[in-house]
Design a protein. Structure first.
Length: 324
């Protein structure tokens, strides 16, 4: 009798679960951006959210939950109900660098269900326009002359913008002042406004302002030039060889989200990434879109794991302290 009751209860729970996944999504979905509005992650999230809405038939609301290099927003996704109504966008520094720096309450690899890689971009070395340098070597000379007072904006301790800055500082043998913000968007506004000197910033954020003449760009942190900005030399060409930083963005949902919902979100993501308008908007921002084979939970998980294996020892050796 007891066994029969348990079997009936399990069957009822199962059909409730099935009903939940069959009607998914039947209310708005939240896409958590762990950095400030107006920055690179926010920009990519909003391009995706707009197109995901068409495929899913529900509004995708972008929520900026900021602070501590993205750890607060990522923790919010880890703790959310695994029902497909909270999605997180993150990237190389939130999901690879942060565990080497912060005492996290979540496991970046195992507390999430991966959906897909969505876009990848290198950084640009940029400065305010009043700095009297016309190429990277002149910038390095200016930094050396002005060292101890050169200010560099970052999106927080351990953010991609910070890691490249530390690499630059160590390579040229100076001490820079890193100023943390809640995202690269507000930090870049202060470079444009002249309150900060430099930034190592994702192309998605700074490229439009380089084109508009509001920033100087000296190099791209990649082995090859950006198709969207072929006039900017690579770090190898410009004289800072080997500073390759590639910030890949991806989507995750909380651990335990039903497989059917992950599959639904993957299909919507693939539709978005196949849309010529989305592709053009991302390409104009210097983003490389992953191939169809790379657009899968398995590919994201494998890439994520390989990046953790590669970068954790390197970042730990840098000795970066968390934000206080
Ligand atoms: C942001 O959106 O602020 C960035 O993704 C931060 C960063 O470049 O690390």
């Amino acid at each position: 009798m007891t066994k029969l009751l348990i079997a009936l209860a399990l069957a009822a729970g199962c059909s409730f679960g099935n009903a939940q996944t069959q009607t998914y999504p039947n209310r708005p979905i939240t896409l958590v951006v762990p950095f400030a509005a107006g920055g690179p992650t926010d920009t990519i999230a909003r391009i995706m959210a707009e197109r995901l809405r068409q495929s899913l038939g529900q509004t995708v609301v972008v929520e900026n939950t900021t602070g501590a290099a993205g750890t607060i927003g990522v923790a919010r996704v880890a703790r959310a109900a695994p029902d497909g109504y909270t999605i997180g966008i993150g990237h190389w520094s939130t999901h690879v660098v942060n565990p080497a720096i912060y005492p996290l309450q979540y496991d970046v690899l195992n507390d999430f269900e991966p959906i897909s890689l969505i876009a990848d971009n290198p950084q640009l070395v940029v400065s305010k326009t009043s700095i009297p340098a016309n190429n990277l070597q002149e910038l390095i000379a200016w930094v050396k002359q002005n060292q101890d007072k050169v200010s560099v904006g970052t999106a927080g301790a351990g953010a991609a913008s910070h890691i490249s800055g530390v690499y630059f500082q160590n390579t040229i043998g100076v001490k820079l002042q890193f100023i943390p913000y809640r995202g690269a968007g507000p930090a870049l506004q202060d470079v444009i406004g002249g309150q900060l000197d430099l930034m190592f910033d994702q192309a998605a954020n700074s490229l439009p302002h380089v084109r508009g003449g509001k920033l100087k760009a000296y190099a791209v942190t990649a082995k090859v030039r950006l198709p969207a900005a072929p006039e900017i030399p690579t770090v190898d060409e410009a004289g800072l060889p080997g500073l390759y930083i590639s910030i890949w963005h991806a989507l995750w949902v909380p651990k335990g989200t039903p497989k059917e919902i992950v599959t639904r979100l993957l299909a919507a993501t693939r539709e978005a990434l196949a849309d010529p308008t989305v592709r053009k908007r991302l390409a104009d921002l210097g983003q490389e879109i992953p191939s169809l084979e790379q657009q899968s939970p398995e590919a994201l998980r494998a890439h994520h794991k390989a990046e953790l294996d590669k970068w954790l020892p390197i970042i730990k050796a840098m000795g970066i302290k968390p934000e206080g």
